[in-house]
Design a protein around this ligand. Structure first.
Ligand SMILES: C[S@@+](CC[C@H](N)C(=O)[O-])C[C@H]1O[C@@H](n2cnc3c(N)ncnc32)[C@H](O)[C@@H]1O
Length: 183
């Protein structure tokens, strides 16, 4: 059913950038660095219909928290079907993430997971989103991203000073997976 929601959204909204949800293989690869045995705070950029969100909620502890950002109205409606007290929803762009997230989690976020199409953003917006993300992560927190190409490597290295990449071909289209740590 999610694929239909993606198809409908994709033709009306270029920012959706995908005609199908991310595969379970890619979800697992992106989430591999997460230690689910601890209470964690996770922020997801571009949650879509919730394929990562469901995976995260299935694995997170009862006291963990998940903040979900999604700008497409059709996908956001589907996302909001998640009925879980650990979840907070934001239907606005992550360009304004530091104004939208609660102040008390600044510097305490364990992981940010991002699937938004960074290649559509101009350099200033891209670096603003990465800078805001850096400030919200705790020391040792990680920015995990998946993109259809390797274009995010340089901006991540500029903001975080480090980036590891891998390739997940079991997805349509194949994805470059990024991991940067706030050191
Ligand atoms: C490639 S899709 C990924 C969707 C989902 N996470 C998945 O893995 O199937 C990118 C998503 O980011 C959303 N998006 C794009 N730009 C955004 C922005 N500036 N703020 C929040 N969401 C955004 C799109 O609407 C779309 O749902």
């Amino acid at each position: 059913m999610s694929t239909l929601a993606y198809l409908k959204s994709f033709f009306k909204d270029k920012d959706v950038a995908s005609v199908t949800p991310t595969s379970r293989f890619c979800v697992r690869t992106v989430c591999r660095p997460i230690d689910f045995s601890k209470d964690i705070t996770v922020v997801e950029y571009g949650a879509g219909a919730g394929v990562f969100s469901h995976y995260l909620l299935d694995h997170m502890t009862a006291n963990s928290q998940l903040h979900l950002f999604e700008t497409n109205a059709i996908l956001f409606e589907k996302l909001q079907q998640i009925d879980d007290p650990r979840t907070m929803f934001y239907d606005q762009s992550v360009e304004y993430v530091s104004e939208l997230l609660p102040e008390h989690i600044r510097g305490h976020v364990d992981f940010i997971i991002s699937g938004i199409p960074f290649s559509f953003l101009d350099a200033g917006v891209k670096s603003s989103i990465l800078d805001q993300s850096y400030k919200f992560l705790r020391d040792g927190g990680e920015f995990l991203a998946y993109q259809t190409s390797g274009h995010l490597e340089e901006p991540l290295r500029e903001t975080f000073g480090n980036v590891k990449t891998s390739w997940e071909w079991r997805n349509i289209p194949p994805m470059t997976v990024y991991e940067s740590t706030k050191e």
